[in-house]
Design a protein around this ligand. Structure first.
Ligand code: UGA
Length: 433
């Protein structure tokens, strides 16, 4: 594919993964980010974010001179296609804030040469691609929607092995170029209008959120009914119409995408006069998960929450990341400290978490799980880091005699924990909560 030059705007999870993976495919790739310090680090081979496989691809792309980073959009001037991967955070009313996308598109309009293609990877509301296309039409540039479906901590794998590549474009030439750049077989490449592509992304994330909230509600019912959520979801998941993924209960769902995308979809529905009660209910269910954990502890601890010493195991929004954006673990911690509990938190990646974020939730970060659990009345497993299974639980039991272990992720072995004398409660399990 020599000769095609690609650009990326935004060196976050999506942009950086896209850039290093395109360079790996042999494409000359330039990535622009406004953060000069980040650009310097990336050019020096420092991956900046913690993503499996990223360091190697970054360094090999730089060494092969297939990849470069810059703060100046001029570096993109001769690109055939530029992927826009900037954030679209939630505004106060739930609507996506498009200022970063609009600014990137306008700047690209000034530097690119016709007939370059601007491909929007940022998650944007329906109609955005067409609106951006109108802004650039006079310049002979086209705009397409190519939503991203990769998961943090699996980003490189997902880029190399996509379930689907969605191309929303009204311009056959732009669609052909994007197909060529991705090189994914036609069975997994879905071409459609920009509106359908934009909505497909929101619809997918919202469906995942609905599925997770349903699993969390079922877990609650299981605990009351004496059933086991693992058996119930195993049975459900074996039905190919349902599928076994995203049925694992937890402390609620979070991260940088599901909360904001469900809010933006509801906002779009309101604008269009279309209710999406399933999505609204999924958010309501999610909002009560932290309270469900707090009230369980309130009931179990003899001295109740205000005097309790609680240890949070896991602070990131899921395992194998350093990301704490909209972390359900921190939501739970914030609820417990608001109720008067003293909360200490351990996470395998504590060193990469901004102490100010922990401070805002009232959590004292402790970089040793044994020190963090010492003297605890309750130990709450909030993130599914596999290393929590391998902790020396008998020694934790000695240092925190009689403590309650609330396993919101059903990560630990009930028998192993109960065998140490600690009281174990799983999420939606027999004898659990
Ligand atoms: C999510 C989607 O999964 C991606 O497809 C999408 O590309 C991405 O958002 C995005 O829009 O950019 P991500 O935010 O990385 O990816 O996180 P997930 O792996 O989806 O996890 C979301 C939340 O659900 C986490 O809090 C996780 O712990 C929770 N979860 C996930 C469960 O509680 N149970 C499960 O079975 C799975």
């Amino acid at each position: 594919m020599s000769g095609v030059k690609v650009g990326v705007v935004g060196a976050g999870y999506v942009g950086l993964t896209t850039a290093v993976c395109l360079a790996e495919r042999g494409l000359d790739t330039a990535c622009v980010d406004l953060d000069a310090a980040k650009v310097d680090r990336l050019n020096a081979g420092d991956p900046v974010i913690d993503e499996p496989g990223l360091p190697l691809l970054l360094r090999s792309g730089l060494a092969a001179r297939k990849l470069c980073f810059d703060t100046d959009y001029a570096a993109l001037a001769d690109c055939d296609v530029v992927f826009v991967c900037v954030p679209t955070p939630s505004g106060a009313d739930g609507a996506a804030d498009l200022r970063a996308v609009e600014s990137a598109v306008d700047t690209l309009g000034r530097v690119l040469t016709a007939p370059a293609v601007v491909a929007l990877k940022s998650t944007v509301p329906v109609g955005t691609t067409r609106r951006m296309a109108a802004r650039l039409r006079d310049r002979g540039l086209s705009v397409a929607s190519i939503p991203e479906f990769l998961r943090e901590s699996h980003a490189i794998y997902d880029f190399r092995n996509p379930d689907r590549v969605v191309i929303g474009s009204e311009t056959p030439r732009a669609a052909a170029l994007l197909r060529q750049v991705y090189g994914v077989g036609s069975q997994r490449t879905f071409e459609m209008s920009p509106e359908s592509a934009e909505l497909a992304k929101y619809a997918s994330n919202a469906f995942l959120a609905v599925k997770l909230s349903y699993a969390n509600s079922l877990a609650r019912l299981c605990a009351h009914a004496g059933a086991d959520i693992a058996d119930v979801t195993r049975c459900m998941g074996a039905d190919v119409r349902i599928g076994g993924h995203f049925l694992q209960p937890g402390p609620g769902w979070g991260g940088s995408c599901l909360p904001k995308d469900t809010a933006a979809l509801l906002h779009a529905g309101r604008d269009a006069g279309v209710d999406l009660p399933e999505v609204a209910a999924a958010r309501t269910t999610n909002d009560v998960q932290a309270e469900r954990i707090a009230s369980t502890l309130q009931r179990l601890l003899p001295d109740a929450l205000p005097d309790a010493r609680i240890t949070a195991l896991g602070l990131t929004f899921k395992a194998n990341t350093t990301d704490v954006r909209d972390s359900p673990a921190l939501r739970v911690c914030g609820g417990l400290t608001a109720a008067g509990a003293q909360v200490s938190g351990y996470d395998p990646r504590l060193g990469s978490i901004d102490p100010a974020t922990l401070h805002r939730c009232g959590v004292v970060g402790v970089d040793d799980p044994y020190v963090a659990t010492k003297g605890a009345n309750a130990i709450v497993v909030l993130t599914e880091w596999s290393q929590f299974r391998d902790l020396d639980w008998p020694s934790i039991a000695e240092q925190a005699p009689g403590a309650v272990v609330l396993d919101t992720r059903n990560l630990l072995s009930r028998d192993a924990i109960a065998g140490t004398g600690l009281r174990y409660l799983g999420n939606g399990t027999v004898g659990g909560y």
